[in-house]
Design a binder for this molecule. Structure first.
Ligand SMILES: *Cc1c(COP(=O)(O)O)cnc(C)c1O
Length: 394
């Protein structure tokens, strides 16, 4: 294909890489809470928690103001404290490691598996020390991590598994829903995730002790539970027993979450159909490595990431990224490895220490993927990618 002087974009309007789906039902649900008695800590919270727990097959659920606060709560409930080491991967959003720092713990990064992009389970045991307390695996893009091996290692060394499933609501691992497997599992309800509450997060667990600690942590460390009080001055009495936070979700958010949850399976179906079209279109392009398909589980497809075969391209990832942007395709990069962030570099993490994650970072581009994409949107993405690869093929 010849380069034309005037660039002709595949589409005139910008297509974002992700977008929430809000319908009249969602709007009516939110309005009903606004007209009611409780804007926060009311019945919509309990209902959303019950529904999420039921959907994923966990006993308990505790909502939080956002997924990051939920991860912080999980680290607290797991008893992570000063100097405790927690194993996670660098190929994630900063929050998966930041939550360890909030508790004065030490993130210990383990490199990724080259094909799944999830934590390399064969490299975990090397990093375990006497100070290791927990593992935070990420179900990257919605593909479940190798949870059986992770849980086996955790059992052997008496570690707690906090699964960051921000990408994986509705995914399954060995026919079990994500959320029913690890000691604690976090989901996020940020608008780019599978369902949204505006901002929001949740921890699901089967452990009653974690559940109670999460509830108390979410509300300043305060309890009114008479069985837990050290004293009792009267019916007004409550105790703050440890330093917690105000990490509560509002009822306005929770009712939106419940309304969205009814549509989750439909959202995932729509995502899967788009993924199938992308895979079909890109599988034969030598410049592209399409995403891994987990045989032990089913992804809920939060992200669709193409990996570039740079040997077969005359330009780098940056040029490809910019070319797709010029076509008005909302591309993104997930993620800049956490240990390369300036803050983590200051803490002493070193570039070169996690070569697979660092190399992957140089080669990836996330394409638009959200349930409201039209057939034309999907075609536009495919055509833009095909044209770009043709132009820059080596
Ligand atoms: C979105 C996300 C979070 C944080 O969730 P928020 O609700 O935005 O705080 C944590 N980990 C991963 C992998 C995420 O994608």
């Amino acid at each position: 294909m010849k380069l034309t002087k005037t660039f002709n974009p595949v589409r005139d309007t910008y297509l974002p890489y992700g977008r929430q789906w809000i319908d009249e039902e969602d709007i009516e649900a939110v309005v009903s809470v606004l007209k009611g008695d409780y804007l926060t800590t009311g019945p919509a919270i309990n209902e959303f928690e019950r529904k999420v727990a039921e959907y994923v097959g966990a006993k308990y659920a505790v909502t939080f103001a956002n997924g990051t606060a939920a991860l912080h709560g999980a680290c607290f409930a797991a008893g992570i404290g000063t100097g405790d080491e927690v194993i996670t991967t660098p190929m994630t959003f900063a929050a998966s490691a930041n939550c360890i720092l909030y508790q004065d713990g030490i993130p210990v990064f383990v490199d990724i598996n080259e094909s799944t992009y999830n934590i390399d389970v064969n490299k975990i045991e090397n990093k375990i020390t006497k100070r290791t307390k927990a593992i935070i695996p990420i179900d990257f893009t919605g593909q479940p991590a190798d949870l059986k091996k992770i849980l086996d290692i955790a059992k052997k060394y008496n570690l707690i598994v906090i699964e960051d499933a921000a990408h994986a609501l509705g995914a399954t691992y060995k026919n079990e829903k994500i959320g029913s497997i690890s000691d604690m599992t976090m989901f996020s309800f940020h608008p780019v995730k599978h369902i949204t509450s505006g901002e929001g997060g949740i921890i699901v667990t089967n452990n009653e002790d974690y559940y109670e600690r999460l509830l108390q942590f979410r509300s300043h460390g305060i309890t009114r539970d008479v069985d837990k009080l050290k004293e009792n001055h009267g019916p007004w009495y409550y105790e703050m027993q440890f330093l917690g936070y105000n990490y509560r979700m509002t009822d306005i958010q929770a009712v939106l979450g419940s309304s969205q949850l009814q549509k989750l399976d439909m959202f995932i179906e729509k995502r899967k159909k788009i993924v199938a079209k992308y895979n079909e279109a890109f599988a034969g392009i030598p410049q592209i490595i399409i995403p891994f398909q987990n045989i032990e589980g089913e992804s809920s497809w939060h992200l669709y990431i193409i990996r570039l075969n740079l040997n077969k391209l005359s330009v780098g990832r940056k040029e490809i990224f910019e070319a797709l942007q010029k076509h008005n395709i909302g591309v993104n990069v997930h993620y800049i490895p956490v240990h390369l962030q300036p803050y983590y570099q200051q803490l002493g993490y070193v570039k070169g220490s996690l070569p697979y994650a660092e190399r992957l970072y140089e080669e990836i581009i996330s394409l638009p993927l959200f349930p409201g994409m039209t057939e034309q949107d999907v075609k536009d993405v495919i055509v833009a990618v095909q044209r770009t690869m043709e132009i820059y093929a080596k």
